[in-house]
Design a protein around this ligand. Structure first.
Ligand SMILES: [Zn+2]
Length: 305
């Protein structure tokens, strides 16, 4: 038992230096260094079952968010497969997948539960997503993801924003912390109505570290060496976005088109009570003037006699 443990540690440290850069490796190079913090927790299973619990008869609910969230799950599965296929040392990740189920009621037996609430979730006014992990030692035992459907200003979130938020929260559910790179899906802030977030090689190195136990074909055995909550470092030159399949990409719908969103915004401004009252007021004045001073009809010239 003890020798197994030591062997495991040895393999773990080899693994971690194979693809993940330490701060000393990247120091001295004249380029940006991106970071990803780790939660220090990992799942002890490669098939992770996700239950999406949809709200019942809530006036603020829009079922479009089910598809946004399913696409975010699909993005993770796409990125995991692509990364495992292109990096032989991480080929073990090919067995890792998130398996979603949608239900209008909570049911036992799932690993991750997704719930929606109308607006801000935590005490902070800008929290639009929250992931809570329960653990025993280093092993994650339960995970709850809470997604908001409305911003802190009360505006319904766009389909694409919900996908970006869910993508970020599922990163936490898999053991990732935050990245310091503003373009990364794990960056802790999100610009609403921004472009679709893509998963990166940095995010997937984090996943490879979190699921390192899968490479040994042994059962899960938490070892502090690779689950210590360390930060991963990567030179910006190594950073790449990972592909997403067409079915999981944000759909090019009318609603997601930035031009249409601007027109809708202008329409909302014009329909604002203060402005519409002014428009009606001037329209009424115009009508009154038109009635009081009707324009004389142009008379046809007299026919030649
Ligand atoms: Zn976060």
């Amino acid at each position: 038992m003890r020798s197994f443990f030591l062997l495991f540690l040895l393999f773990s440290s080899l693994f971690l230096t194979a693809g993940i850069f330490t701060s000393s490796q990247v120091q001295g190079q004249n380029q940006d260094v991106y970071q990803l913090m780790m939660e220090g927790l990992a799942w002890d299973r490669s098939t992770i079952n996700v239950l999406l619990v949809t709200p019942n008869n809530e006036s603020w609910w829009n079922p479009v968010y089910i598809n946004s969230t399913l696409r975010a799950i699909g993005q993770w599965n796409d990125a995991i497969q692509s990364f495992a296929f292109n990096n032989t040392q991480y080929a073990y990740l090919v067995a890792l997948k998130l398996v979603p189920t949608v239900s209008n009621e909570s049911r036992p037996g799932f690993n991750i539960y997704v719930n929606w609430t109308q607006s801000t979730i935590a005490n902070s006014i800008d929290d639009i997503g929250l992931t809570t992990l329960s653990s025993e030692g280093n092993a994650i035992t339960d995970c709850n993801i809470n997604l908001a459907t409305h911003s802190s200003h009360g505006d319904a979130l766009a389909d694409g924003d919900e996908q970006n938020i869910a993508l970020h929260e599922f990163g936490h559910s898999l053991g990732l912390g935050h990245s310091n790179y503003t373009g990364d899906a794990m960056y802790p802030a999100l610009t609403l109505l921004g472009p679709p977030k893509l998963l990166s090689t940095l995010d997937l190195y984090g996943i490879a570290a979190s699921f390192a136990w899968m490479s040994f074909q042994f059962s899960f055995y938490p070892v502090s060496d690779w689950l210590s909550g360390d930060t991963l470092f990567m030179p910006s030159s190594e950073y790449q976005a990972l592909p997403v399949s067409a079915q999981n990409a944000r759909p090019q719908t009318f609603q997601n088109n930035p031009t249409v969103q601007n027109i809708v915004l202008i329409g909302e401004i014009l329909l604002h009570p203060d402005i519409i009252v002014l428009i009606i007021f001037f329209a009424a004045i115009y009508v009154v003037i038109a009635i009081v001073h009707p324009r004389k009809k142009a008379q046809a010239p007299n026919p030649p006699q």
